[in-house]
Design a protein around this ligand. Structure first.
Ligand SMILES: Nc1ncnc2c1ncn2[C@@H]1O[C@H](COP(=O)(O)OP(=O)(O)OP(=O)(O)O)[C@@H](O)[C@H]1O
Length: 257
């Protein structure tokens, strides 16, 4: 099977400081790679380079067999969508949800103009929001609902890869759980390929197929989820796991419980 996303020797320097140090990683189609690591280890930097928001100092990102250069095409931008911790950063407060969802549909010609309204309704249905949301503005929704809108917006352009950077961290615990259930459902219904970043190992356990661990700008472990949680390979991974007194979300194989 062809690799969905591959990164090779990615290095990012902020002045003298090396935030990413020759990071190489592959994500297979229809799998979710959970990325963990302490604060400042470089997780968001990695996400931003993959999404094309910052340019690496060295190394490259490949989507399928295409190398994504510094200047990405419209299609390449569409193909990697990012969901942020705070949905407000990606939702224009002056636009209705209809405008927010239809923008990408029209720009990338996902559907023709006549099909936009129906597709917007389908997208809201996917994220379990009522179609009456279409005429409203972001501030008229709760934080969890705004995150659902951001997810619908990311899905609207039918990307090959979704990057979710701490998408549940800003939400209340009960909302976090329903958000995670939504990600889990979308993952299986849409066969998503995802890079899912979280510092919460319960979240990572719930959503990931593969777990990658970052420390000080380097990847120190990449292993199937079950292996990572039962037989962590490095002392750093063991430290991360031992810092969690009890898994905050109980999990059964294959889903949330
Ligand atoms: N624009 C920037 N200029 C200078 N240093 C930066 C910049 N962005 C990030 N850094 C530094 O790079 C390192 C990695 O940051 P990054 O945000 O990628 O870490 P992270 O693992 O996502 O952390 P967190 O979990 O706290 O979000 C940190 O030491 C951070 O201070």
């Amino acid at each position: 099977m062809k690799t969905a996303l591959q990164i090779e020797d990615l290095t990012v320097k902020y002045g003298e400081f090396t935030a990413l140090d020759k990071v190489s990683l592959a994500i297979q189609p229809h799998t979710t790679l959970g990325l963990v690591g302490e604060s400042g280890s470089g997780k968001s930097t990695l996400a931003r380079v993959i999404a094309g928001l910052i340019a690496p100092s060295d190394g490259q990102v490949l989507l399928g067999s295409q190398v994504l250069g510094k200047k990405r095409s419209r299609e390449q931008h569409k193909d990697i969508q990012m969901i942020f911790q705070n949905p407000d950063s990606s939702l224009n407060p002056k636009h209705t949800i209809r405008q927010i969802l239809s923008e990408g549909l029209l720009f990338h010609k996902v559907v023709d103009r006549a099909g936009v309204e129906q597709r917007c309704k389908e997208l809201l249905d996917r994220v379990h929001l009522d179609e009456r949301a279409l005429g409203r503005y972001p501030h008229q929704f709760s934080g969890g609902q705004r995150q659902r809108i951001a997810i619908a917006r990311a899905l609207s352009v039918e990307p090959s890869v979704i990057i979710a950077d701490e998408p549940t961290s800003a939400l209340d615990v009960s909302v976090q759980r329903s958000m995670l259930e939504l990600f889990s459902t979308l993952k299986s219904e849409l066969n998503l390929t995802m890079l899912f970043i979280s510092h919460d190992l319960g979240v990572i356990h719930a959503i990931s197929d593969i777990v990658a661990v970052m420390k000080q700008g380097q990847l120190v472990e990449v292993n199937p989820k079950d292996q990572f949680f039962s037989r962590p390979e490095t002392s750093y991974s063991r430290e991360l796991l031992s810092a969690v007194p009890k898994m905050p979300i109980s999990i059964t194989t294959g889903g949330l419980s």
